[in-house]
Design a protein around this ligand. Structure first.
Ligand code: PLP
Length: 395
C-alpha cells in the first residue's frame, strides 16, 4: 500500500494496518515482491562516477533497512527513524549529542546498560550526569541545571515498574528552553505509547525486546520528529557505523506485522498472572502498572493504551526462595531479557542490579525477594500452573 493508497481510507489507518503496510509498497522493487527482499549487497552499481541511484554503500543506506525504518517512523509518527545494531548503540548515538560541560538528567532506575554508557561516556568527556526519582516532578524541576541538555527517562521503569508522567517532564524541559527530552519506549512499543505525541524529542528502542519479540535479534532504533535532529542521527548512524544487518532488518520488519497481536496477548496474560499472584499468601507485593493497586495506575491509563508482559513481585522469603522458585519453573525459562514469545523470569538483585551495593539496591527498593517476569505468548493457563507449582517448591 502506498501512502496515497492510505489516503483513500476515511480516517487515519490503524496501528496494525500501518505495521503491515507502511514502507512495504511492492512497486518499489523491480520484482514487485510483496514481502520485502533481503538485500545483502554491501555496494551498488553507479550510473556514473559521481552519481548513484539512491544507494552506494550499505553502511550509509540499505534497501531492507530503509524498509524497516519507513515502517518504524510511521508507527511513531516521526519524521525519521534510524536503526542501530543494538539498543545500546542507539543510546550511544544520543549521548553523542552531548559535549564537554553539558548536563544529562536521567530518571533513577534506567536500564543497567544505559547507566553504564552514561557513566563511561560522561566521565571521560566531562559531561555531568545526575539521577533522580522522576515519579516526583518537583525533584525533576529541582534537578534541572543551566547546562542541562538532555532529560532522559524510561516509563515504566525496570524492574520497579514506576510510571513517569511524560507530559509533565516535557513541560519542565520546555520551561527551560533548549532541553531535549529522550524516552526509552522499549517496554511499551509504539503500539501502547507514543512519546512524540507528548512533545518528546527523541524516542529510543531496544528492538531486541518486544518490537522483534522472537528473542533472535539484537537491534535498536531512534525516532525523532525534528528534521534537523533526524539529519544529525542519520550522520551518527553512518559515521559511528553501528548499523544492523539486512537479514536482521528483514526479521524485525517481519516481526512488526504481528506486534499489535502480540502486545494484546502479552497484556492479558501478564495481568491474569499478576492478579492471581496478588491473592497468593506468600506474595507481599505485585508491581504491575495495570493493577489498580499500582501507585501510578491512573497515570498509566492516561498516557498509554495498556501495559506489557513485564512485571515484578516481592515474596515473603529471601534470595534462596527466589532461587528455588526460578529453578523449579518448567515452562518459564530462567534467563535475562524480556519481550519475547517465551516467558522468562529472573532475580534483578543478582542480574541487572548486581553492580549496585546492597544499600543502593535497598534505596531503590530492589529486594532479594524480588522476581521479575516477562510473560510470553504461551497458553496463560499453562503459565499459571507453572508459577503455582514453582511457588509450592519454593516455600
Ligand atoms: C535491553 C534494553 C536496552 C538495551 O538494548 P540492547 O538491544 O540490549 O542493546 C535499553 N533499554 C531498555 C529498556 C532495555 O530493556
Amino acid at each position: 500500500m502506498t501512502d496515497s493508497n492510505m489516503m483513500v481510507l476515511k480516517k487515519k489507518p490503524g496501528f496494525a494496518t500501518v505495521a503491515i503496510r507502511a514502507g512495504q509498497d511492492p512497486e518499489k522493487w523491480n520484482s514487485a515482491a510483496v514481502t520485502p527482499p533481503i538485500v545483502t549487497s554491501a555496494t551498488y552499481k553507479k550510473p556514473s562516477p559521481s552519481k548513484h541511484n539512491g544507494y552506494h554503500y550499505s553502511r550509509t543506506g540499505n534497501p531492507t533497512r530503509k524498509t524497516l525504518e519507513e515502517c518504524l517512523v510511521a508507527l511513531d509518527g516521526g519524521s525519521r527513524a534510524i536503526a542501530f545494531g543494538s539498543g545500546l548503540a542507539a543510546v550511544t548515538a544520543i549521548v553523542n549529542l552531548l559535549q564537554q560541560g553539558d548536563h544529562l538528567l536521567s530518571s533513577s532506575d534506567v536500564y543497567g546498560g544505559t547507566m553504564v554508557r552514561f557513566s563511561d561516556s560522561c566521565t571521560r568527556s566531562g559531561i555531568e550526569v545526575t539521577y533522580t526519582d522522576f515519579t516526583d516532578i518537583e525533584l525533576v524541576k529541582a534537578a534541572v541545571k543551566d547546562n542541562t541538555k538532555i532529560i532522559w527517562l524510561e516509563t515504566p521503569t525496570n524492574p520497579l515498574m514506576k510510571v513517569v508522567d511524560i507530559a509533565a517532564v516535557v513541560e519542565v524541559a520546555r520551561s527551560h528552553g533548549n532541553i531535549l527530552v529522550a524516552v526509552d519506549n522499549t517496554f511499551l512499543t509504539p503500539y501502547l505509547q507514543n512519546p512524540l505525541d507528548f512533545g518528546v524529542d527523541i524516542v529510543v528502542y531496544s528492538m531486541s525486546k518486544y518490537i522483534n519479540g522472537h528473542t533472535d535479534v539484537i537491534m535498536g532504533a531512534v525516532i525523532v520528529k525534528d528534521e534537523e535532529l533526524g539529519k544529525r542521527f542519520k550522520f551518527l548512524q553512518e559515521s559511528m557505523g553501528g548499523v544492523p544487518s539486512a537479514f536482521d532488518c528483514y526479521l524485525v520488519n517481519r516481526s512488526l506485522k504481528t506486534l499489535a497481536l502480540r502486545m494484546e496477548r502479552h497484556m492479558t496474560s501478564a495481568l491474569f498472572i499478576a492478579k492471581w499472584l496478588e491473592t497468593h499468601p506468600k506474595i507481599i507485593k505485585v508491581m504491575h502498572p495495570g493493577l489498580p493497586s499500582h501507585p501510578q495506575h491512573e497515570l498509566m491509563m492516561k498516557q498509554s493504551r495498556g501495559h506489557s508482559g513485564v512485571f515484578s513481585f516481592d515474596h515473603c522469603g529471601n534470595l534462596e526462595n527466589s532461587t528455588k522458585f526460578l529453578l523449579a519453573l518448567k515452562v518459564i525459562t530462567l534467563a535475562d531479557s524480556l519481550g519475547g514469545v517465551e516467558s522468562l523470569a529472573g532475580s534483578p538483585c543478582v542480574t541487572s542490579h548486581v553492580e549496585l551495593t546492597a544499600a543502593q539496591r535497598a534505596e531503590l527498593g530492589i529486594t532479594d525477594s524480588m522476581v521479575r517476569v516477562s510473560i510470553g505468548l504461551e497458553d496463560p493457563e499453562d503459565l499459571l500452573a507453572d508459577v503455582k507449582q514453582a511457588l509450592e517448591v519454593a516455600f
